[in-house]
Every structure is written in structure tokens, then in C-alpha cells.
Design a protein around this ligand. Structure first.
Ligand code: ADP
Ligand code: MG
Length: 340
């Protein structure tokens, strides 16, 4: 399957207290897709902790045991994009039929459904069809179903039907085991004190842990230096610094429009449809809070408006954050994306 990354296997997934339930439920599902009460299986947790890896490991394991099963892995984002395309091209039936023909669907990052009501409707129908036919559904998300605001209630209630299992940040010992496993498969040897130092310093994400190791190797090759504690220390200083980037208004506009499925040029237009106005006001609010741009230049950027329009937009957004829980989730989701 081109969608599945062959490196994401159970063998390569280190087990720890942090992921034990999710891993063993995943393994059970992989050996009996559709035949356990873990349907859907929802794996949730923060970014970089192994949700994509584990969900694809399930897919790979199913393909290995049951090669005839039709397994599809798709990110929620890609699914949304495909849906929009199928609307444009008049191929919604093909789109729905394709997904309803699967034996196993793995959908990654379903929190990205927030704000996309039309796509949620279509997925609701696909979900029901698959579930009624005893097909396996595997979902991942950055929050537990009960905390996933911005999704339709009927879809959320389906997400709660099976098992939700979280993945947490691995403890130091597990982080070291992950680093060692990774090095071993890349044929690299690192001194024990370096492994321990890196695993101690980076305690928020397995992805960053791997990133740090790649940087370390690059530094060592570039400077023709051996990897030792000194090199690890100087590397990690830069590694932490490099992760702070400037946010531009272009980027804000792109993110907000993607989030609400709104064409990018619309926020700069004079259109006063509710969803466009909402996207425009949130964009202005984020530009005010996340860039150094003046009110005047923010107004100019978003369609030649004056500074009082920007003040009004910011006020409106602040009020809605206070009073509307769903709206607050939209804004905080987009902020998270801005910073990642
Ligand atoms: P998420 O989808 O939760 O953001 P990923 O699945 O993309 O995280 O994991 C980030 C990286 O960390 C991947 O390269 C993955 O292989 C690795 N990783 C995460 N957890 C583990 C683990 N328990 N054992 C081995 N590698 C892991
Ligand atoms: Mg992921």
C-alpha cells in the first residue's frame, strides 16, 4: 500500500507505560480487524508521541496477516481536501464508494475536522456504513473525544463507541530505549552518556528526540568531530533556538482559510457571508496577537480596510472567545497550528 509507511511497524515501536494500552489494543485490532469491541479504536495524545506510527503499524500488521484486506490510511486533512475536490469535479459518489469499499480505514488527526461541517457529514455516513458492515475503523486525534469541541455531536458520539486510548510522553528510560533502537537501525553508535543527555534534555516529543539525533549526526559529520557530550551540549543549545520562527500575515491567512474551507482570496474581498467574515476577523485577531504589524497595515493587508475595522474585529473575536465554547476551540486550534 503506497499510503502506509513500511517503517512504521510494531517491531519498531517501543513499548512503555506511556503507550501500553494503546499499543496492546492496536495489536488486538490488527489481529482481528472488525472483530473486537475496539471499534472504532481511537488513539489520542499530543503531537510527536507516536500516533501516526502506531496507527500505521496496525495497518501494516493487517496487510501482513491478511493481505487481501483493503486497508486505507488517510490523514483527515487529505480526506477533507479530497472531498472538496470531489465537490468541484462532481465525483462525490466515487469518493464515497471508494471509502465504503474498504475493510479497514485509518484516519489520522481527526481533530482537523473541526470547523468543516460538510466533510464531517460525509464522514459520518462513511463511518456508519463501515461500522454496520463490521469493518474496522481506527482514528487518531490530539484530544480525547470528550474534549474534541468543534466536531458535530453525532460524530463525536460515534467516536466514543469503541475504545479511546491515550499515548503520553515516554519516561526517560523509554526515551533512551527509543533513541537506541533508532540508532541501531541506522547503524550508528552513540556513547551512553550522550544518549542519556539528549533523552534528558528533550522531554516533550519523540519526534524532537529523533530530530535532535539527526542534528547531532549532521554536526559530527560537518565538523569532523566525534559525537561526545561536548558536541551534544553545544548542538542542543542551537536546536532549541532554531525552533522559533516569525509568523507572517500570509501564513495566518492561509491557515485560517484552510481551517474553515474558505477560498484564500475571500478574506481580502468585500464578501459579507457569515463564514467569510468569521475567517477574516479571526485572521485579523491573530495578525494583531502574533505579528508585530500595526493596526493600519493589518487592515491594509486584509482587503484595504482601515484600523477601526481591525479594532472591531479583535473586540468581536475576544467577546466570542469568552462566550462561545466552539468558537474558542476554533481559535485555539488555529493558534496551535500557527506555532507548530
Ligand atoms: P504523532 O503522529 O503522534 O505526531 P508520530 O507517530 O509521527 O507522532 O511519531 C513521531 C516520531 O517518533 C516517528 O518517527 C515515530 O517513529 C517515533 N516514535 C514515536 N513513538 C515511538 C515509540 N514508542 N517507539 C519508537 N518510535 C517512536
Ligand atoms: Mg501524526
Amino acid at each position: 500500500d503506497p499510503q502506509l509507511n513500511q517503517n512504521y511497524t510494531f517491531e519498531n515501536f517501543i513499548e512503555g507505560e506511556c503507550n501500553r494500552l494503546a499499543r496492546s489494543a492496536g495489536y488486538a485490532v490488527a489481529n482481528k480487524p472488525g472483530g473486537t469491541s475496539f471499534n472504532p479504536l481511537m488513539i489520542y495524545g499530543d503531537v510527536g508521541l507516536g500516533k501516526t506510527h502506531l496507527s500505521q503499524a496496525i495497518g501494516n500488521e493487517i496487510k501482513r496477516n491478511l493481505p487481501d484486506k483493503l486497508v486505507i490510511y488517510v490523514s483527515c486533512e487529505k480526506f477533507c481536501q479530497q472531498f472538496v475536490d470531489s465537490l468541484k469535479n462532481n465525483t462525490i459518489n466515487d469518493f464515497v464508494n471508494f471509502y465504503q469499499a474498504m475493510d479497514v480505514i485509518i484516519m489520522d488527526d481527526v481533530h482537523n475536522f473541526a470547523g468543516k461541517e460538510k466533510t464531517q457529514d460525509i464522514f459520518f455516513h462513511i463511518f456508519n456504513h463501515l461500522h454496520q458492515s463490521g469493518k474496522q475503523i481506527i482514528l487518531t486525534s490530539d484530544k480525547a473525544p470528550k474534549d474534541l469541541a468543534g466536531l458535530e455531536e453525532r460524530l463525536l458520539s460515534r467516536f466514543k463507541w469503541g475504545l479511546s486510548a491515550d499515548i503520553q510522553i515516554p519516561d526517560l528510560e523509554t526515551r533512551m530505549a527509543i533513541l537506541k533502537k533508532k540508532m541501531y537501525s541506522d547503524g550508528i553508535e552513540l556513547p551512553e552518556n550522550v544518549v542519556e543527555y539528549v533523552a534528558t534534555q528533550i522531554d516533550n516529543s519523540v519526534r524532537e528526540l529523533e530530530g535532535a539525533m539527526v542534528s547531532l549526526l549532521a554536526q559530527s559529520t560537518l565538523n569532523k568531530k566525534e559525537i561526545d557530550l561536548g558536541l551534544a551540549k553545544s548542538m542542543l543549545k542551537n536546536f532549541v533556538k532554531n525552533t522559533h520562527k516569525e509568523i507572517s500575515m500570509d501564513f495566518i491567512q492561509k491557515l485560517v482559510c484552510e481551517y474553515f474551507e474558505v477560498p484564500v482570496d475571500m478574506v481580502k474581498s468585500k464578501v459579507r457571508k457569515r463564514e467569510i467574515v468569521q475567517a477574516r476577523q479571526i485572521s485579523m485577531y491573530l495578525a494583531k496577537s502574533h505579528t508585530k504589524s500595526s493596526l493600519k497595515s493589518i487592515g491594509a493587508f486584509f482587503g484595504g480596510r482601515d484600523h477601526s475595522t481591525v479594532i472591531y474585529a479583535c473586540q468581536t473575536v475576544e467577546d466570542l472567545i469568552e462566550t462561545d465554547k466552539k468558537f474558542k476551540t476554533y481559535v485555539s486550534d488555529i493558534m496551535k497550528k500557527l506555532k507548530s
